[in-house]
Design a protein around this ligand. Structure first.
Ligand code: PEP
Ligand code: MG
Length: 755
């Protein structure tokens, strides 16, 4: 239903001026609430305006109404989650319903007489993450309330929060300390590996502004502008150090952030709200709440990243206004828990001794992830509800390798992790000695262990781990980090830096793999039902050959005079590989004409789509090498979204469907004399790496942090004996059951180092 334009929409300035007069006149809570519902009903031309207040036991009680029967006041009660009002409270978001009575959540209360009203707008009254009540307006006629009406009612809700909080300040200690509270376990996706154990710091729970209505809007504007200038100066100074020191991509992330800090659009909107009569702090929160509401509808991860940047800056602006964030007492070695976090905030926390990071929202290419990876911080994403459940200062265990967060862990868990961390420390010292050691098995087989990379800052890991090369360079990460297509020179310079860092070790450059969850702003990604299986990767490259050719040109230019290995992702048919190779050949001819061609060019294919397995003979004639993309291949093989934590652990990589397929690919490639490896994240753990080598794939590419442990495993392995065992185990396997326990038991019994 369209929003009905109304002549008499409440103008924020008039509404706030009238509310200010009301607050000055009325001092007790009941008179204030009665005055407020009367005034708001009049301004909204609504037949009903009601305020529900949260009572102990998560009960919302009707505290004041204009339009419903007066006898319902203090009688009508709804549980959180019950009815429209209870749902707005439970979900902490406005509900705007033209036909409220037919909404599935509608709960009829005969004493109110509300059957006469069709439409309803219910807005939660929030103070930080705490719900203090709900304010609702209702109209007889079915209508969807316009956006400016929703915003106006949200502003009223902010004032109500101030009134209700002043009337019933919560017993702080009741909220903050939960003696004897139970442990809470969360599952998430580890975006950067590692384990941390330490006290919790909760991010993003700013206290609500102390005052909402400004006495003197002009003076308030002056305060806002001075704070904005101070914030910009502080941001410039803060980014100066890290931006100069960090590699190329985080520098771009931080530059984007600096631009937002100075963005006149964002600051201008805050100024407009101050002119309407809110305090500067309340205006910052108000504009942020609008942005959050809009972003809820936006799927584009890059736009959502902007929101994290703005949340970050809003907090800083409030600090500069003197509002101040809650000082957290924790000193160092702490675990930060946040819905999301901005890049500069993360650098701040890092300077204060951050040990690990848990995000409710997060993705592999989010700015925070890029910075966390650069800083080597364990990062676990997707732990919904953890921010609210966390209690600052209490202990937590963050295991980004197993995808686990435990708040208030039991003593045994803490002891277990303490021991694991100590053992890891000891192992790390031992592994440092493995840098120069080759991944050669006890029976003399030289295997190949390379690293996955995508950023310049990944490159030092090559020397630090002594890996055999870069088996997967994800070129799109730099594009995503800079938020757009790089120019040819920048791109060529990046690839040249990568090759220089690799020295004479091989680098497999993977052409851009956009689409799926990797969306580039400004690029025509359409909304797709199944983006992972949609218009992505090489499919885009072949449909936009100019774009792919430009990237190939940059690679060829960077590799002038040396060997270039190009790997095409998401190849689905051999014809696609031929078409991609034709583009490469055309660019190579042009490079030769310029006299700046590589000494040798190899074009390989990633095997990520199962259909390629039935094209192996033709594929092996075309491909100079094959690399199994273990992340995508596994997700397509099991039809199980790789990013869905609910499915994590449901199907095992260490089971016959995967191992049989890998063996088939390994045998066919060996017979054809085509080198074959496996990249992605599947072989990151020694146990999985063991199985991959065991089925005859002699080369893997893993995250750098995994290299020492994988090398240690290889050096303790008798490959011939293990292959015999694995072949027998697979023969006796039934269906798709996991073989993990059997392989792990064999490893344990035969002294194969798995940790
Ligand atoms: C893979 O799918 O295993 C792979 C290496 O590609 P991606 O970048 O999609 O993880
Ligand atoms: Mg892939």
């Amino acid at each position: 239903m369209p929003a009905v334009p109304r002549d008499s929409s409440p103008t924020p300035r008039r509404l706030l001026a009238r509310l200010r007069r009301l607050m000055a006149r009325a001092t007790d809570l009941a008179t204030r609430l009665d005055g407020l519902v009367h005034l708001v009903a009049g301004e909204f031309v609504a037949e009903v305006c009601s305020v529900y207040v949260m009572r102990p036991g998560e009960i919302l009680e009707l505290a004041a109404t204009e339009g419903l029967r007066p006898e319902a006041v203090h009688r009508t009660r709804l549980r959180v989650g019950e009815g429209i009002v209870g749902t707005a409270a439970a979900e902490a978001r406005p509900l705007n319903l033209p036909d409220a009575q037919n909404h599935p959540a509608f709960a009829y209360r005969p004493e109110t007489g509300e059957e006469a009203y069709a439409s309803m707008l219910a807005v939660p009254v929030l103070r930080g993450a705490e719900v203090l009540g709900v304010i609702a307006v209702q109209n007889r006629a079915p209508r969807r309330y316009a956006e400016d009406e929703v915003e106006a009612l949200e502003t009223v809700a902010m004032l109500l929060a101030e009134i209700l909080h002043g009337a019933h300040p919560p017993a702080e200690e009741a909220v903050l300390s939960l003696p004897g509270a139970m442990a809470r376990h969360y599952e998430g996706v580890g975006l950067t590996p590692g384990i941390a154990l330490g006290p919790v710091v909760r991010h993003g729970r700013r206290t609500a502004p102390r005052t909402v209505l400004a006495e003197d809007p002009e003076a308030e504007l002056g305060r806002l502008r001075a704070a904005a200038r101070a914030m910009q100066r502080a941001v410039d100074a803060m980014l100066e150090g890290p931006a100069r020191r960090a590699g190329h991509e985080p520098r771009e992330v931080l530059e984007a952030y600096r631009l937002i800090a100075a963005d006149q659009g964002w600051l201008g909107r805050i100024e407009a709200v101050v002119r309407d009569g809110l305090t500067a702090e309340a205006a910052v929160e108000r504009v942020l709440a609008d942005l959050r509401a809009r972003m809820r509808q936006v799927a584009d991860p890059y736009l959502r990243e902007r929101l994290a940047d703005i949340e970050d800056l809003a907090g800083r602006l409030i600090d500069h206004l003197g509002g101040g964030a809650e000082a957290d007492p924790v000193e160092g070695g702490f675990i930060l828990i946040a819905r999301r976090v901005g890049p500069a905030e993360l650098l701040d926390y890092h300077a204060r001794g951050l040990a690990g990071l848990v995000l409710e929202e997060g993705s592999p290419t989010a700015h925070a992830t890029i910075i966390a990876r650069a800083l080597g911080l364990p990062l676990l994403a997707g732990c919904r509800g953890a921010t609210d459940a966390a209690v600052p200062g209490e202990l937590a265990v963050l295991d980004a390798e197993e995808g686990r967060l435990v708040l208030r862990p039991e003593a045994e868990i803490v002891a277990g992790y303490r021991a694991a961390l100590a053992a890891r420390e000891a192992r790390r010292a031992a592994e440092a000695g493995l840098r120069e050691a080759e991944p050669r098995t006890r029976d003399g087989v030289r295997l190949t262990v390379m690293i996955n990379a995508g950023l310049l800052m990944d490159l030092p890991h090559l020397a630090a781990t002594g890996a055999d090369g870069i088996g997967l360079f994800r070129t799109e990460i730099a594009w995503l980090a800079r938020g757009g297509l790089p120019d040819l020179e920048t791109e060529e310079a990046l690839y040249r830096d990568v090759l220089a860092a690799a020295g004479d070790k091989p680098v497999l450059f993977r052409t851009i793999d956009l689409g799926g969850d990797k969306l580039l702003p400004g690029f025509a990604h359409e909304r797709e039902e199944n983006p992972a299986m949609g218009w992505r990767s090489l499919r885009i490259g072949l449909d936009r050959p100019a774009m792919l050719r430009r990237q190939l040109r940059a690679m060829l230019g960077a590799a002038a005079g040396r060997r270039l290995s190009v790997m095409f992702p998401m190849v689905t048919t051999v014809e696609e590989l031929r078409a991609a190779k034709a583009l490469l050949a055309a660019e190579l001819r042009a490079a030769e004409r310029r006299g700046a061609a590589p000494a040798e060019v190899q074009a390989g294919a990633m095997l990520e789509v199962p259909a390629l397995v039935w094209q192996l003979p033709a594929l092996l004639e075309e491909a100079a090498f094959l690399s199994v993309g273990s992340n995508d291949l596994t997700q397509f093989l099991f039809a199980a979204d790789r990013g869905n934590p609910r499915l994590a652990g449901r199907y095992d990589f260490l089971s016959a469907p995967v191992l049989d397929l890998l063996e088939q690919v390994g045998c066919a490639a060996a017979a054809a004399g085509v080198p074959v490896g496996l990249c992605g994240e599947a072989a990151a753990r020694p146990l999985e790496a063991l199985a991959v080598f065991g089925v005859g794939i002699p080369q893997i590419s893993v995250p750098p942090a995994s290299v020492p442990a994988v090398k240690a495993m290889v050096r303790s392995l008798d490959l011939t004996a293990f292959r015999t065992f694995l072949a027998g185990l697979r023969r006796s396997a039934r269906g798709g059951a996991s073989l993990r326990a059997d392989i792990a038991a064999y490893a344990r019994d035969h002294g194969i180092a798995l940790e």
